[in-house]
Design a protein around this ligand. Structure first.
Ligand code: DGY
Length: 323
């Protein structure tokens, strides 16, 4: 039986690419440059499966390709706001993602950002590297303590709960959260977590606000001027979710006006562009979308795509079918 043909839009870890080559007629993007809309449409025309990542925009225009051969879009990543799911479903395409395997890794990074921004570690490192450090003194670069503080979570899915677990057990933090679709009591057990009826109720109480909601139309600019006004002036915002959940211009204004104390950001509204104003602010920690970027996790994500594809081409329902 001939192998199904797949197009992979970016380079993946070697061992995953080797497995893909074993099982499928695999076309890699050797240059590892983002593919254009026309290249994505060509892939849909020429292959049985498209394997995009979270930075490929698989929108209605791409999906409207009339001579489509592809029957499945097996995406590498948990987020799926880069794919027009309604258009994919209407076109009869199956779409899968890679949940679970990146939960711990992303939660670790949210805690990294929280600690970095609270304890001014980015600033401290720049200070040492610039050879500006003149020695220890009681008032030098005082940050904010984390232990025992209140962590506010917007969204209480898998990653948020993994963050809560680390914060509650590692740092004795109290957790408050808002989620329109809250998890059941069993999933909250041992997390020291209290549900709030609105995001505002979270903002009022939290020393740290960490975002864990999906991106897309529903949450676009959820965190804007009104949210910053509702947050405490000593609060920090942490974003490992999606950049456009935050109105980046409103965030800059809130930071400049001292409406909040700082921000730890792994995602940006116009990635990979970062607003120049953010680059100049010392009370902001900036990372290049590293949430799932551990070697083990990136391999596991690839293997999960492989599992979804194998199920699909064997005629089964893939474990991570979205539509
Ligand atoms: C995702 O998977 O959605 C992340 O943003 C990339 O790991």
């Amino acid at each position: 039986m001939s192998k199904a043909k797949i197009v992979v839009t970016r380079r993946w870890p070697d061992e995953v690419e080797a497995r893909l080559h074993d099982r499928f007629d695999t076309v890699l993007n050797e240059a590892d440059e983002p593919m254009s809309n026309e290249q994505l449409r060509a892939a849909l025309r020429e292959a049985d499966a498209l394997l995009p990542t979270v930075t490929d925009r698989v929108d209605a225009a791409v999906l409207s390709e009339p001579d489509r051969r592809a029957r499945i879009i097996a995406s590498y990543g948990v987020g799926f706001n880069h794919i027009d799911l309604a258009a994919a479903e209407a076109a009869g395409l199956t779409v899968t993602n890679t949940p679970d395997v990146l939960t711990d890794c992303t939660a670790d990074l949210a805690i990294t950002l929280l600690l970095m921004v609270a304890r001014r570690t980015g600033e401290g490192e720049r200070h040492v590297r610039a050879q500006a450090w003149s020695g220890w003194r009681p008032t030098h670069m005082m940050g904010t303590s984390v232990t025992g503080k209140t962590l506010g979570l917007i969204g209480m899915g898998r990653i948020a709960r993994a963050v809560a677990q680390r914060a509650a057990h590692g740092f004795g933090m109290r957790i408050v959260f808002h989620d329109p679709f809250p998890p059941d009591a069993a999933q909250l057990e041992g997390l020291n977590a209290t549900a709030c009826k609105s995001p505002e109720a979270v903002f009022e109480q939290a020393d740290f606000v960490s975002l864990h909601c999906p991106g897309g139309k529903q949450t676009y600019h959820l965190i804007g001027a009104a949210a910053f006004a509702a947050m405490r002036p000593d609060a920090f915002l942490i974003n490992t979710a999606r950049g456009d959940v935050v109105d980046e211009q409103a965030l800059i204004e809130a930071l400049e006006k001292g409406e909040i104390a700082g921000a730890g950001l792994d995602v940006f509204e116009h990635e990979p562009r970062v607003s120049p104003e953010l680059l100049g602010l010392e009370n902001v920690v900036l990372l290049p979308h590293l949430g799932s970027a551990s070697r083990e996790t990136r391999v596991a994500m690839g293997m999960r795509v492989l599992e979804n594809l194998e199920a699909f081409f064997a005629g089964d329902v893939p474990r991570d079918k979205l539509v």
